[in-house]
Design a protein around this ligand. Sequence first.
Ligand code: DSN
Length: 424
Amino acid sequence: MTQSLPHPALAAADPELAALVGAEERLQADTLRLIPSENYVSTAVLEATGTVLQNKYSEGYAGRRYYEGQQNIDLVETLAVERAKAVFGVEHANVQPYSGSPANLAAYLAFARPGDTVMGMSLPMGGHLTHGWGVSATGTWFNGVQYGVRHDTARIDFDEVRDLARKERPKIIFCGGTAVPRTIDFAAFGEIAREVDAVLVADIAHIAGLVAGGAHPSPVPHADVISTTTHKTLRGPRGAMLMSRATHAKAIDKAVFPGLQGGPHNHTTAAIALALHEAAAPSFRDYAHAVVANAKALAEALLARGFDLVSGGTDNHLVLIDLTNKDVPGKVAAKALDRAGIVVNYNTVPFDPRKPFDPSGIRIGTPSLTSRGLGTDLMPQIAEWIDRGVTAAGKGDEEALAAVRGEVAELMARYPAPGLPIAG
Ligand code: DSN
């Protein structure tokens, strides 16, 4: 059985909490994690996150703080900023946003005023809550207009985007999303944004690691602002960054602090600096390309088993499966797969006739399994497990799910995850 990692101080101070941490370590070690926005960070990133840097307040920016004692913190933040600029080829980087939603909110604060029109991809079509969707503050405080995908191709309809932008004249256009399996055409978005004089924000949270590793085109120079989390394909700590042209640097910085946030989380900043250092290594290019190769191989294997994939496949790390033809709702499938040791999330598919809390699809991705070293040769096996899991979900066959769980754990034991205990 997989052991948990030693956390002697935690175990002594709070055995109840230590037991939960240990259980999560074993869960992450023993299961096949297919949620496309998750990953395994390196032990070094975990260590950086757990440093005494978290004890320090540093409101402001390097050299311009409201607290003393910044001798080391200024250098840490500058390191992260310079590395972000180098990895993404941008003129300005702000590494202080607490996560993706606050980063996007800061972009609104920098370039729009409440009531202004903003435009983004609608959530059920693959966008993000913070791209102007109704239940989000961004759709409440701003007039959010939303584009989608074509019914026949499930790809973005740039005629629709252009027409909507011309009609609505948004202050900000967001591109990017959370369930977009295809390459984002930043040049096309840039052209439309320039035509209507909008600020183009490329939210690359899902694909930042692919961009850094050259496995997805970069939004530079098409986007005015690039927003990203640091914990998905980029494989850093939970955090975010805003990057921009130099002309927008002041507006972005002012919006993050003092506009929206107080003190930056310096332990996170340190871990971001480290993750960017890792992302600059040649091995990260290999990783980024392997993520895409695995996703394509998994998509092929799923298609061969009769699964209906939104847009017919993938160009990136993510595969969106419409389970309508399998007659199993996404939520039922996701919960059954979880019992089989395969962790996915249920998700709407474009034009979904079902409700968001009980949608037709599941969303899967390959960032985590690629971090464990699984290659394309194993993707048919994973497709087979998903197939067996979905079939078992439809029949309520718990025995079949348990059998898959055993096979999954056996394979995972052969591919230890960074930062986690090894089975045995
Ligand atoms: N919830 C994240 C995702 O899973 O895609 C985005 O916020």
